[in-house]
Design a protein around this ligand. Structure first.
Ligand SMILES: *[C@@H]1O[C@H](CO)[C@@H](O)[C@H](O)[C@H]1NC(C)=O
Ligand SMILES: *[C@@H]1O[C@H](CO)[C@@H](O)[C@H](O)[C@H]1NC(C)=O
Ligand SMILES: *[C@@H]1O[C@H](CO)[C@@H](O)[C@H](O)[C@H]1NC(C)=O
Ligand SMILES: *[C@@H]1O[C@H](CO)[C@@H](O)[C@H](O)[C@H]1NC(C)=O
Ligand SMILES: *[C@@H]1O[C@H](CO)[C@@H](O)[C@H](O)[C@H]1NC(C)=O
Ligand SMILES: *[C@@H]1O[C@H](CO)[C@@H](O)[C@H](O)[C@H]1NC(C)=O
Length: 431
């Protein structure tokens, strides 16, 4: 509109030549002629190493690259306008092309495949496509690579994540099959093969995110309370992080998702098992780390063992203590000193069991949600009347949590945290 107004009273000739000059200027300033200007691959049009595909709005690129000092070639997706080479997805993580003669093509069966220079198949999307369909692979501005026919999306990279969690991804725990879609770290900065760490939803359906090392938990976020993860010390509400939990009661999957405004963001699981949230202002090219977990040693899963708590000491070194009423046991962790009254044969003069308040903690793992107890006194009542209940907590935004399994991974926070009520024999309580 502005241009129209400015050119309005010029003669036709001047108008035309100005427009031509303007057009030439635009052509030269912006890299309109992308080397291979497509944003999709169709049958008969493979992508050779050296060529790239650009998403329609120029946000992401797809092509072959070599990470770090590696000579191997991998098919990956990265930000187009970033000085820092950041691969957000890698296809052939475990089967690199050893030279620069690889290509990405649509095979006769319709799958997207990576071929080496001799035409050997190194990687495939490996889905069954409808017969006689003509699929096309397209890179979207979200960073998602999709293989689609006229009818449907047959395969998408967002459902096969590597180490990076991008806005718009919805991958998590399939509640029908219990199959968990997890992110997995690279081996190292020069090797995108799956490393020792994975990250995903807790299969226990506890609405927390867990990092595993070779399958064993090594960090967990704590449950989601609608705004924050209660096990992340100092986490401010979702409007900064943009996290949401899906409505898993009506969907058949449980996952977190996030959206961002005026910045580019990603989560990455590093080769050494740290989940980092990185942000780049749209006005610059600097990636800033805004969040990283685990951050202190007490955040390492169950660092002090069962029935023990971990507090941050000097230089955040861990200080382990048995919970009140528990004593160290050989082999690590602690055990209850005095059995609960509900576990014993009562004798005259026995004191009733009670609860000991531990304020400001990262609540132990392995809790069960009690949907029936709607306030703190009902929650306490529910725990008191079941001898297998070892502790309870009533948490705003979640409700009544009870623990019947071992009490593990308790971190005493310096600020924030929740109140844990630990069940003890009366003899352990008070004078
Ligand atoms: C392709 O899928 C089939 C069946 O799901 C599986 O047995 C096979 O290992 C897969 N091949 C590759 C290369 O992933
Ligand atoms: C991965 O785990 C294995 C087995 O515990 C270990 O030998 C190896 O050093 C680990 N690799 C990295 C990169 O941490
Ligand atoms: C994003 O940018 C627009 C326009 O620059 C501004 O109005 C808006 O407040 C910004 N939003 C956020 C979340 O910063
Ligand atoms: C309780 O008393 C009964 C009968 O005397 C006995 O068989 C049982 O072992 C006792 N239980 C405990 C936990 O001491
Ligand atoms: C908890 O809920 C019960 C049942 O609704 C109610 O009778 C009781 O007064 C409530 N207690 C508190 C402390 O709000
Ligand atoms: C007591 O708690 C355990 C563990 O949560 C549960 O399996 C059991 O059904 C409960 N017992 C009663 C009587 O509610």
């Amino acid at each position: 509109m502005k241009f129209n107004g400015r050119f309005y009273d010029l003669t036709g000739t001047v108008h035309l030549s100005t427009a031509v000059v303007f057009f030439i200027a635009v052509c030269c300033l912006f890299p309109l002629p992308f080397p291979h200007a497509a944003s999709s691959i169709s049958p008969g049009n493979p992508l050779q190493d050296g060529a790239i595909i650009v998403s329609p709005g120029g946000v992401f690129e797809l092509g072959f690259f070599s990470p770090g000092s590696s000579k191997n070639r991998y098919l990956g997706i990265w930000y187009r306008n970033s000085a820092a080479a950041v691969a957000v997805w890698v296809a052939n993580r475990e089967s690199p092309v050893p030279n620069s003669f690889g290509s990405l093509a649509i095979a006769a069966d319709g799958n997207l495949v990576i071929l080496d220079g001799d035409g050997r198949n190194l990687w495939s999307t490996n889905v069954s496509l409808p017969l006689a369909s003509t699929p096309v692979a397209a890179l979207l501005d979200s960073g998602n690579l999709v293989l689609k026919t006229s009818d449907a999306i047959e395969w998408q990279s967002f459902e096969h994540p590597t180490d990076t969690y991008l806005p718009g991804m919805k991958v998590g725990l399939d509640l029908r099959t219990n199959v968990n879609h997890v992110f997995s770290s690279w081996q190292s900065s020069g090797d995108p093969a799956p490393g020792n760490f994975t990250m995903g939803m807790d299969p226990d359906r506890s609405t927390q995110i867990v990092i595993w090392e070779n399958g064993d938990p090594c960090w967990r976020s704590g449950r989601w309370n609608g705004q924050t993860f209660i096990g992340v010390e100092g986490m401010v509400p979702e409007y900064i992080y943009g996290f949401r939990l899906n409505n898993f009661e009506s969907e058949e999957e449980m996952y977190f998702y996030y959206n961002v405004f005026n910045s580019t963001q990603r989560f990455v699981l590093t080769p050494d098992g740290v989940a980092k949230q990185l942000l780049r202002e749209d006005s610059g090219d600097l990636w800033t780390e805004i969040w990283a977990q685990p951050s202190v040693e007490c955040e390492i899963y169950n660092r002090c063992g069962d029935y023990a708590s971990c507090s941050d000491g000097v230089n955040n070194s861990p200080v382990c203590s048995c919970l009140k009423g528990f004593v160290p046991q050989p082999g690590g962790g602690c055990r209850r000193r005095m059995p609960l009254q509900c576990e014993r044969n009562t004798t005259a003069g026995d004191k009733p069991d009670g609860f000991f308040l531990m304020p400001g903690v990262k609540l132990p793992d392995l809790s069960d949600w009690d949907p029936v107890s709607l306030n703190e006194s009902q929650c306490k009542q529910s725990c008191s009347t079941n001898c297998s209940c070892k502790a309870y907590s009533f948490v705003t935004g979640i409700g009544c949590l009870v623990w019947a399994r071992d009490l593990v991974d308790i971190h005493i926070f310096s600020t924030g945290g929740n109140d844990l009520y630990l069940r003890l024999a009366g003899e352990e309580l008070g004078e």
